[in-house]
Design a protein around this ligand. Sequence first.
Ligand code: HSE
Length: 309
Amino acid sequence: MKSIKAYAPATVANVSCGFDIFGFAVEHPGDEVKLTMRKEPGVVITKIVGDGGRLPMATEKNTSGVAVQAFLKAIDSTQGVEIELFKNLPLGSGMGSSAASSVAALVAINHLMGEPFSQKELLPFAMEAERVACGSAHADNVAPSLLGGFVLIRGYEPLDVVSIPTPAELYCALVHPQMELKTSDSRLVLKQSISIKDAVIQWGNIAGLVAGLMKPDFGLIGRSLQDVVAEPIRSVLIPGFDELKAAAVHAGALGCGISGSGPTIFSLCTERALATRVGKVIQEQFARYKLNSEVYISKINLEGAKVID
Ligand code: HSE
């Protein structure tokens, strides 16, 4: 039976100021999904590796299964498909774990079915999977995982996704402490309204970050990596957040913030060696709170999800 494997990278959503509208892809880690055509109709998940038995095997509860089902429904197909999911992303990490699984599955099914959709056209199916995973169909993880690079979700209704060029010398340190935060919980704690004063600060930073990436102007990127909407509330859930942010900037990072809904921390730097140093500094800060952590250093991944086998 015909089968295919695809890879989808981890992502940093929000990028400080752009709650639900900014995200970028990193090179690694990422999830892999193998799809195999089967004779009997229906989508079944037969194997999940790397999740410690925690993800649902039921198709309609797993983001890879939801995405493939939405895809097949859209093309009116009863094709039977078997899914094997290889989880390399930690769960509840804020690194776009649920998104990487659905995106890898979508790229694989699109290829198996002769590419009826462009990569961008796969987005609504991946967003549907996000809704199942955390109750909200946000696109700031799935869009960069699918398309690569730094992505702006200019609007949701209708969906308007814009790729923003990034300077080649931008490196990201991701530091994942061994604790979990559920995105649905991290969304519930947010306030439903903000003051006009905070909105003005946020608008300035959002525009500043886009301008800084496009010019490029590293000082402007650094000054714009500030968030007065989600970070002040969510950072309380991350031990030592204020100190680790200050330590990262002191070590030379352009800026530092919560990756997605956390607890992973991202930091942007202008050199690989600097990103490595900053990653270590953040790791040391977590260690002060008896938290082990993994560090991933990567350039911005311009390629996004792809077929690998
Ligand atoms: N924008 C989403 C949030 C990303 O912050 O809730 C979740 O990874």
